[in-house]
Design a protein around this ligand. Structure first.
Ligand SMILES: N[C@@H](CCC(=O)N[C@@H](CSS)C(=O)NCC(=O)O)C(=O)O
Length: 301
């Protein structure tokens, strides 16, 4: 019976310390039968389970701003259409080389929001890779080829990303979530931008930020996803790479609290403004197209 109970409710039934130390050592331990049962249960919370045989996925890092860029492609489709989420100007050439080497066809360079700490790589990519369209939310008031809103689907081959409005860090922040249904990655993958970071969240003190809005966005649009949904943020400052909805509901140091406590935490972060803010925001309002030839700047759809 104990075995069955752990199998069904790993996060609820395990004390946090056991969960964390277990995750760190699960590859090397010789398991007792009970530990083996827990391992099976936790498998659905790991970052390497499931997915889709069609999905090529890469998590890329830019170290100056600690930004993650994500490449997703449908390699089951003859054209291998691909999207890049939150590219950075400094690593745009690296990403372009990788895309060429992997033989995928980049169709969208997408942003989760108007970043304040770095210039998006979207402009450079558009100038160097013909046919790529920039994507950002209409609510951000930024310019792009394709302005998206809550509920939209972004198709690449037979895979898609669902758009959910998750404002609060900035006006018009969105989360892109892999589709639900045949061929789509399982577990789902949520690219949360700065709305939800691993054990944290984006600040709310500029660019139309609001702690109340962020709390409601994350609780209604992200924490309602299946607990196994993988969380891929736009930044990490501590070395984390991936989390899950289930983990963040339990252990997020800000958003797992009640709303009043969250508001107090956010009002007392005392963070310095990002060093690049005065350069990054104006450039990103144009999807990084400043200094890029006008021929690359398509009209919005
Ligand atoms: N020191 C960095 C900026 C760090 C920062 O403010 N990060 C933002 C996301 S980028 S606007 C944030 O929301 N951080 C939340 C946190 O708790 O750290 C720089 O100068 O660029």
């Amino acid at each position: 019976m104990a075995l069955l109970r752990f199998h069904l409710h790993p996060l609820r039934d395990l004390p946090p310390r056991s969960f964390l130390s277990f995750c760190g050592t699960q590859k090397t331990l010789t398991f007792s039968s009970r530990s083996r049962a827990v391992a099976l249960a936790l498998a659905s919370y790991s970052s390497s389970s499931g997915r889709s045989p069609r999905l090529l996925f890469r998590q890329l890092f830019e170290k100056e701003s600690s930004t993650y860029t994500y490449l997703l492609a449908d390699v089951g489709h003859p054209e291998k259409p691909a999207v890049l989420i939150d590219p950075v100007d400094k690593t745009a050439d690296r990403d372009i080389s990788l895309i060429k080497e992997l033989g995928v066809k980049l169709i969208y360079a997408m942003n989760t929001h108007v970043h304040a700490d770095h210039v998006t790589g979207t402009g450079i990519i558009k100038s160097k890779v013909p046919g790529v369209r920039s994507v950002i939310s209409k609510a951000s008031n930024a310019k792009a080829d394709h302005l998206i809103k809550h509920g939209d689907k972004i198709n690449f081959g037979d895979l898609y990303l669902e758009v959910r409005a998750t404002s609060g860090h900035t006006l018009g922040c969105v989360t892109y979530i892999t589709g639900d249904g045949p061929h789509q990655p399982d577990p789902r993958m949520a690219f949360t931008g700065d709305a939800l970071l691993i054990r944290g969240c984006g600040r709310t003190d500029f660019q139309g930020g609001s702690s109340r809005q962020l709390y409601h966005s994350v609780h209604s649009q992200i924490f309602t996803l299946p607990k196994t949904t993988l969380i891929y943020p736009a930044h990490d400052y501590k070395g984390f790479t991936v989390s899950t909805v289930g983990e963040e509901i339990l252990y997020n140091l800000r958003l797992a609290k009640d709303e009043e406590t969250f508001k107090n935490i956010m009002e007392n972060l005392n963070l310095a403004y990002p060093k690049m803010i005065d350069v990054a925001v104006p450039a990103n309002m144009l999807c990084g197209l400043q200094g890029v030839p006008v021929s690359s700047q398509a009209a919005p759809s």
